[in-house]
Ligand binder design. Structure first.
Ligand code: DCP
Ligand code: MG
Length: 382
């Protein structure tokens, strides 16, 4: 779909949604070092700095040449690349490492905080609190939250969903119990198997549903952290409770069959309530923990599964919005707002000055409406 020349023209654009960002780039080693600096800022709560690094990394991912002392001047002229970061890039080019990375990795704090956030339910702020209590390892956390190998088995088995009351957040205790499972990566074949099982169950509730596996899988990742599926049906009415109903019915059925063992979230997007138009309420999502039944061949592990239901009018914006990457999505919104006077998110496209809604019939149309050239999903790894 894209020529090499196309990639070479596009890499200097300031919006990630204009650039071609492959999964693996010619400067992967540098990008991985900068990712440590970004993660350090994020985990210490310096969100603006973290975002700056994320932008830098995203720009470098699209740079199609191996960076050397001969072309580093060109890198320094790329958008979002300031002089401070450029000296770090130069340091890497000359020494193959960045001294600040070495010092971050030489202490215990970074490692502990990163380790803590591998528990579902622990974000940077909680991780820092736990660290300040003197906790350093996952073992420390298990003692702190009183998780033993026994409770680990029990917790995983006894998880439950009460569909009549408010859904419980996945507690840190449960997060600890499921940690090993949820942090192991999901191969493409299992993503496809899970998708097949889910759509088979859905067909029993309502035939003729359409779906797209989105997220990292669609961007070509060999292994994903979770499974994201966007679902619709041509007869679904937006605005009413149909979308919501179908989502809840499916989750309930999967739960009854023992396939979904926990539901962390089950409700509509409320991001766009300011508009108060029915179309903005048509995305319904369920964030769950899913497990394939064990068979003779293998014992399965718990997986994070996100199900997103969209009315047909907003199916393609949902697919684009849930394909990612996060940086690609962030710049799609920014581009729409700043350059086109439009509003974009997973649940729709509208014109800002009069809130006129648009209903694209394909992914290509989403890009057309936003005045963007279409970019293949595998080049959206910004
Ligand atoms: N997304 C978003 N805003 C949200 C949730 C998701 O923009 N609140 C988009 C961007 C993500 C995609 O949906 O790329 C899927 O989110 P994931 O967190 O599942 O991330 P990925 O699928 O990209 O990677 P992985 O699941 O392998 O970690
Ligand atoms: Mg995902």
């Amino acid at each position: 779909y894209h020529s090499e020349k196309d990639t070479q023209i596009r890499y200097h654009h300031r919006y990630a949604c204009m650039r071609h960002s492959p999964l693996i780039c010619p400067n992967q080693g540098l990008v991985e070092k900068l990712a440590i600096l970004r993660r350090h800022r994020e985990i210490e709560g310096f969100d603006m700095q973290s975002l700056s690094y994320e932008r830098v990394i995203s720009v470098l991912k699209a740079f199609p040449y191996h960076i050397t002392l001969d072309n580093i001047h060109e890198v320094s002229e790329l958008p979002h690349i300031g002089s401070k970061i450029c000296s770090k890039i130069q340091e890497f080019v000359q020494h193959g490492d960045i001294s600040e990375c070495k010092s971050i990795l030489s202490g215990t704090r970074y490692h502990s905080l990163v380790e803590f956030t591998t528990v579902y339910g622990i974000g940077p702020a909680t991780a820092r609190n736990l660290y300040s209590l003197g906790l350093r390892t996952i073992k420390d956390l298990e003692n702190h939250y009183k998780v033993s190998p026994q409770t680990r088995d029990d917790t995983a088995k006894s998880l439950n969903v009460d569909f009549t009351t408010r859904l419980p957040q996945l507690s840190i205790k449960v997060g600890l119990a499921l940690r090993e499972d949820l942090r192991s990566r999901i191969p493409r074949s299992e993503v496809e198997e899970i998708h097949g099982v889910v759509m088979n169950e859905l067909a029993n509730i309502r035939s003729g549903c359409v779906s797209t596996i989105t997220g990292g899988y669609r961007r070509g990742k060999d292994e994903s952290n979770d499974v994201d599926i966007v679902i619709s049906h041509k007869d679904l009415k937006s605005g009413g409770d149909q979308v919501k109903g179908l989502c809840a019915q499916l989750v309930k059925r999967l739960h009854d069959k023992g396939l979904v063992i926990h539901v962390m979230h089950l409700s509509g997007f409320r991001e766009h309530n300011a508009l108060r138009t029915s179309h903005w309420d048509t995305l319904e999502k369920a964030l769950t923990v899913f497990i394939l039944p064990d068979d003779k061949k293998q014992k399965h592990v718990h997986r994070r599964l996100d199900l997103i239901f969209a009315a047909p009018e907003v199916y393609w914006t949902a697919v684009v919005g849930w394909t990612g990457s996060k940086m690609f999505e962030r710049d799609l919104r920014l581009w729409a707002k700043q350059e086109r006077g439009m509003r974009f998110d997973s649940s729709g496209i509208s014109r800002r000055h009069d809130s006129k809604l648009y209903f694209p019939n394909s992914e290509q149309e989403v890009f057309d409406l936003l005045g963007l050239e279409w970019i293949h999903p595998t080049l959206r790894n910004a």
